[in-house]
Ligand binder design. Structure first.
Ligand SMILES: Nc1ncnc2c1ncn2[C@@H]1O[C@H](COP(=O)(O)OP(=O)(O)OP(=O)(O)O)[C@@H](O)[C@H]1O
Length: 392
């Protein structure tokens, strides 16, 4: 059986691993910078958990990512298309060799351990269940490969399906399962081998929005119970924030920021992350309450800082005027032009160019009253109290 690869999957797909599944391939961003760690990277445990530096060369692309996690940690690798997330996952699974670096799990070097002998479970993006096997036999497959008798493997599988709330679907073939059920069977299949490292590649991407909500909540529960290391790859910030204890953001093959989801959402350090969490983000130089931007005007902030900083504020903090507001001081008041408008929830997200490029959210009524249209001149203001400055 050949695993269906992601679009980025290369010709080096294996055929089968004993994690219970076929092996597979598994805007505007600022240039990669040195890794910025918003809090000490959790989980560096020489004897327990994951300790990896993954260096992989693929043509002109180089992945060089350090990942550490303690048992029980759920780490999300988050990043734009082509950042190297899947390559990192495949390197962890042993499906692509390391060019350099190391990979230790619970103190054991896995560099030279073939994929089928690694204590690693993988849940692939489209689950890759064996179509001719029942849900039960899909889950029993891994334990069977590891030497369990048919009866033992089936008993174990039945237990896992029960935990996943799928006992009554044990005899059903994958094509008769819903997307959410198939996801849980794939998870059960990966967990049935008691992996010390669980890898999930875009675990919710194959689901429709409604199913996704439910499955996300279930997956969160199962991950919370999982006592070893879980690494999931996603480009959905919500999945990452809900499922992971720690985010590792990868851009251009490098870690650009890592930390707790809340910290990253409050203090993004790249344009990509700022967009993900919906903030306007600028770099500049602070002198007291004034931040002179590297490219653009000054922003007045409440923080009193000095040196290189980031300044962030949400689009909802921006107020727009058709005319220069009377009596307004020059602080945080910029002359802009509407570049684009699009619905954003129950608001209108307005992209502005001009003195300061920014995104502003306003109600449909306000947008209509201002007669906003591409090319319309506007004045934008933000209160200092609505901005957040932090050291770069
Ligand atoms: N088999 C391959 N051979 C050569 N280059 C590859 C191969 N697979 C991936 N790449 C390149 O490696 C880089 C990283 O790809 P990768 O699939 O790891 O990124 P990703 O972050 O998972 O992206 P996406 O979110 O689109 O899946 C890309 O530039 C890609 O073109």
């Amino acid at each position: 059986m050949t695993g269906r690869a992601k679009a980025s999957g290369g010709p080096d797909e294996g055929d089968m691993n004993d994690t219970g599944g076929p092996a597979t391939g598994a805007g505007r961003t600022v240039p990669a910078r040195d890794p910025a760690v918003t809090e000490p990277a959790g989980g560096h445990c020489p004897d327990g958990g994951l300790d990896a530096r993954l260096v992989v060369d693929r043509g002109t692309f180089r992945l060089d990512v350090t990942l550490t996690a303690a048992p029980g940690d759920v780490v999300a690798l988050l990043g734009p298309n082509g950042a190297g997330k899947t390559t990192a996952l495949r390197a962890l699974a042993g499906l692509v060799p390391l060019g350099d670096g190391h990979l230790r799990l619970d103190g054991t070097d896995l560099d030279r351990t073939p994929p089928e002998s690694r204590p690693v479970g993988v849940v692939f993006q489209d689950y890759l269940l064996f179509p001719h096997l029942s849900a039960l036999d899909n889950v029993a497959f891994g334990p069977r490969c590891r030497g369990a008798s048919k009866a033992q493997a089936r008993a174990l599988a039945a237990g896992w399906l029960d935990r996943m709330g799928l006992a009554e679907h044990a005899g059903v073939k994958p094509r008769r399962l819903s997307g959410g059920q198939a996801q849980r069977v794939a998870l059960a299949r990966a967990l049935a081998t008691h992996p010390r490292l669980l890898l999930l590649d875009e675990p919710l991407a194959a689901l429709d929005a409604r199913t996704r909500l439910e499955v996300r909540a279930q997956l969160r529960r199962h991950l919370a119970e999982f006592e070893a290391v879980a690494v999931l790859v996603t480009h959905d910030p919500l999945d990452a924030m809900v499922l992971a204890d720690r985010l590792v953001v990868v851009e251009h093959g490098r870690v650009v920021q890592e930390g707790a989801p809340g910290d990253i959402a409050r203090r993004p350090r790249t344009d990509y992350i700022a967009r993900l969490v919906g903030l306007n983000l600028y770099r500049g130089h602070a002198d007291g309450h004034t931040v002179r931007l590297d490219a653009g005007p000054a922003i007045t902030t409440t923080e009193n800082l000095s040196g290189a900083v980031f300044v962030a504020f949400p689009p909802s903090a921006v107020t727009l005027y058709g005319e220069r507001p009377e009596g307004a001081s020059a602080r945080n008041l910029w002359r802009c032009e509407v570049a684009g408008l699009e619905p954003h929830g129950d608001q209108i997200r307005t992209d502005l160019t001009g003195e300061l490029p920014l995104a502003a959210d306003l109600t449909t009524v306000a947008a209509a009253e201002l007669g906003l249209h591409p090319g319309a001149p506007v004045w934008a203001t933000v209160k200092a109290t609505q901005t957040h400055a932090y050291l770069a």
